[in-house]
Design a protein around this ligand. Structure first.
Ligand code: DAH
Length: 347
């Protein structure tokens, strides 16, 4: 419903409304307050709206004047609203950014990179050389039977090695003849049982002997076993393989010497017993090796008339010690980060 008013009255009202409205807008501290100001100023119940409604009762000339002024007031009001809204939005953004701020000026906490254990480094190097020569890597159980650890490898029941090797027998109820493998050689048997020839495998792993702990000895140490069986494998293949291996591992200038020794599962052509530092001669024994004994081939059902092969086994704890100048084998077991982090970092 429109209430008739004079043009003067209408213009004064519009003027007051604009002033009041602009004050409301300036005072608004939130979008909700701005919206309330807009309703109060331009809403159906506002004085501005009643002036608009009263336009019809004015003379034509007055209507034009007052009408123009209504438009001006509304436009001015809307412009002020928009500007204040932009201000409020920007302020909100700035406050969010401020609250979300991440202080990157402090030094970050650096992750300590892990490193490969010196034994792992040497093991990887050894295995790598053989895989490049076409060998496959297999691993076997550390708890073995007497059959695999000794009998199948042609150790006679009274063979002194059974005691010389300081075998650790296991007392497991219901089981007899279980032991911790004293060498990786039992995996020769397990591998050949599982597949027909040709065989080319290397077997890295832990072995156990009941020895006193000293700077040079641990009751747990590591060996890599190797086995090659095929038709026509000769001693020259063993010699060539061993020489190629040591030159790759220790450098081309390294001299390799084969000296006779005895292991029951290979025929006595060469070898040593683990690796012992031999300060007096300048030579160290690293590897035992030989041509696979026909009886061993028979034990796994290979025809010894048709197949021949060679085998080798080497301890690499001492290789690692020599290589890295580690004075005491116990350091390899102490898990002391100050020692371990000196080796090849990973990650
Ligand atoms: N098993 C022997 C040891 O632990 C090392 C060895 C010697 C392994 C001769 C072989 C070999 O394969 O042919 O002392």
């Amino acid at each position: 419903m429109s209430i008739p008013i004079s043009a003067d009255e209408a213009l004064r009202t519009l003027g007051e409304e604009l002033t009041g409205g602009l004050e409301l807008i300036a005072a608004a501290t939130s979008v909700a307050e701005l919206e309330a100001a807009e309703v109060a100023m331009l809403g159906r119940k506002s004085r501005f709206s009643s002036v608009q409604r009263a336009l019809g009762s004015l003379s034509e000339e007055d209507r034009r004047t007052v009408g123009r002024r209504t438009n001006e007031v509304r436009d001015a009001f809307r412009a002020a609203l928009a500007a204040r809204r932009a201000e409020l939005d920007a302020g909100r953004e700035a406050r969010l950014l401020e609250a979300d701020r991440i202080d990157v000026t402090l030094p970050g906490r650096r992750l300590r990179p892990g490193s490969l254990h010196p034994l792992t480094i040497v093991q990887y190097e050894i295995v790598d050389i053989f895989t490049r020569m076409g060998y496959r890597v297999v691993e076997g159980p550390e708890v073995e039977t007497e059959w695999y650890n000794f009998d199948a490898l042609n150790f006679a029941p009274d063979h002194p090695a059974r005691t010389l090797m300081d075998t650790i027998y296991l007392d497991v109820p219901g089981e007899s003849g279980l032991l911790l493998r004293t060498h990786t050689s039992p995996m020769q048997i397990r591998t050949m049982e599982a597949q027909p020839p040709p065989v080319h495998v290397v077997v890295p792993g832990r072995v156990y002997r009941n020895e006193e702990i000293t700077a040079k000895n641990m009751p747990v140490f590591h060996q890599v076993e190797g086995l090659a069986v095929d038709e026509g494998i000769a001693f020259s293949d063993l010699k060539g393989t061993v020489e190629t291996f040591f030159r790759a591992l220790l450098g081309p200038e390294r001299e390799v010497r084969l000296t006779p020794s005895f292991f029951p599962f290979v025929e006595p052509v060469c070898g040593g017993k683990g690796c012992r530092t031999c300060a007096a001669t300048g030579w160290i024994e690293i590897m035992g090796a030989g041509m696979v004994h026909p009886k061993v081939l028979q034990n796994v059902g290979y025809d010894p008339e048709r197949y021949t092969g060679f085998a080798f086994g080497m301890g690499y704890d001492r290789l690692a010690m020599i290589r890295f100048g580690i004075p005491d084998i116990r350091l390899l077991w102490e898990s002391d980060a100050r020692f371990l982090e000196q080796f090849q970092a990973v990650g």
